[in-house]
Design a protein around this ligand. Structure first.
Ligand SMILES: [Zn+2]
Ligand SMILES: [Zn+2]
Length: 306
């Protein structure tokens, strides 16, 4: 019997819903306008039974709503308000992918902000002072809703290559989807942003089995997201820091946290309180247009594929 608990936060709760590769692939297509079952299967390359299962789950979680299509035959899946509110998260993933993994595949998608008519790289800004958010300028404090939960990974296995491989469709956000589709990796990144850098601290924060933790750390180093610093010679000990590429994941973590706070925080309030040091306000992020500075709303963004 395991009795270890981890610090619950809204990211954890949000990951219960979106911390899954097929779910992220389906949401990505939903934001690009896909709404039919067959199209989700063809465009994601995910097996039909898995698509069917995840669509049901997204409907049950109130992220998608199933409606009869024209002539009442083929159902359509539409994003609900809760689903649409994952748009900043999708933008943050896309922005990261553009910045750090551009050119690694033959297919790219460009966002166009219809508000100003320009192609846009989404920026993560503070709603209060409009400055870009730097993770080193954000203060994390335990909030009233901070509780310990028993992690349950029983129902979740790592996605197999067969599920993650795309058939003929190049991916928009593969690396980051792979990362956020694995909740352990996300918890390690969260530990970094919470100020835990040494193996035993990260292990305590995430309650991961040491061999699982070493394995995921090695993968994150391989992906260029973490680097190791030796801080003790005898015995040799290391601490782990985010690289610049790893720090670039902050908007992704933050948008997920905000979404989780909105839909999953308990009555006592949010589990974590974030404040923006440059302006002192409690932190609210918005994804904004790097040309005109306006918030990027789902209906004001179109896509161009190259
Ligand atoms: Zn601010
Ligand atoms: Zn604009």
């Amino acid at each position: 019997m395991k009795h270890e608990t981890i610090r619950a936060c809204s990211i954890w709760r949000a990951l219960e819903v979106v911390g899954d590769v097929p779910v992220l692939l389906i949401l990505e297509r939903a934001f690009l306008g896909t709404n039919r079952f067959e199209a989700f299967v063809n465009e994601t390359g995910v097996p039909r039974s898995v698509v069917s299962d995840r669509l049901k789950k997204l409907v049950a979680e109130d992220c998608l709503v199933k409606k009869p299509g024209p002539n009442l035959r083929r159902s359509r899946y539409h994003l609900t308000e809760k689903g649409r509110n994952l748009f900043p998260f999708a933008l943050a993933m896309l922005g990261w992918q553009h910045r750090w993994e551009a050119g690694q595949r033959g297919f790219t998608v460009q966002l166009v902000h219809t508000g100003c008519g320009q192609t846009v790289e989404p920026r993560c800004s503070c709603k209060s002072c409009s400055r870009d958010i730097d993770p080193r300028e954000v203060d994390w404090k335990p909030g009233p809703g901070l509780v310990q939960v028993l992690p349950d990974f029983s129902a979740r296995r790592r996605p197999t290559k067969a599920v993650t491989a795309r058939r003929g469709n190049a991916a928009l956000v593969d690396t980051v989807i792979g990362l956020y589709g694995d909740r352990w990796s996300t918890l390690i990144v969260r530990a970094m942003f919470s100020g835990f850098h040494r193996f035993d601290q990260i292990q305590k924060d995430t309650q991961m089995a040491p061999n699982t933790l070493s394995g995921r750390i090695a993968e994150l180093i391989e992906a260029g997201i973490l680097h190791a610093n030796q801080y003790c010679d005898l015995p040799p000990r290391y601490e782990y820091r985010l690289t610049e590429k790893g720090r670039g994941l902050y908007p992704v973590v933050l948008s997920l946290l905000q979404w989780g706070d909105r839909y999953y925080a308990d009555a006592k309030g949010p589990p974590l309180l974030l404040s923006h040091e440059p302006c002192g306000a409690s932190l609210q992020m918005v994804m904004t247009c790097d040309n005109c500075g306006d918030p990027l709303e789902l209906d004001a963004v179109t896509y161009r594929t190259a």
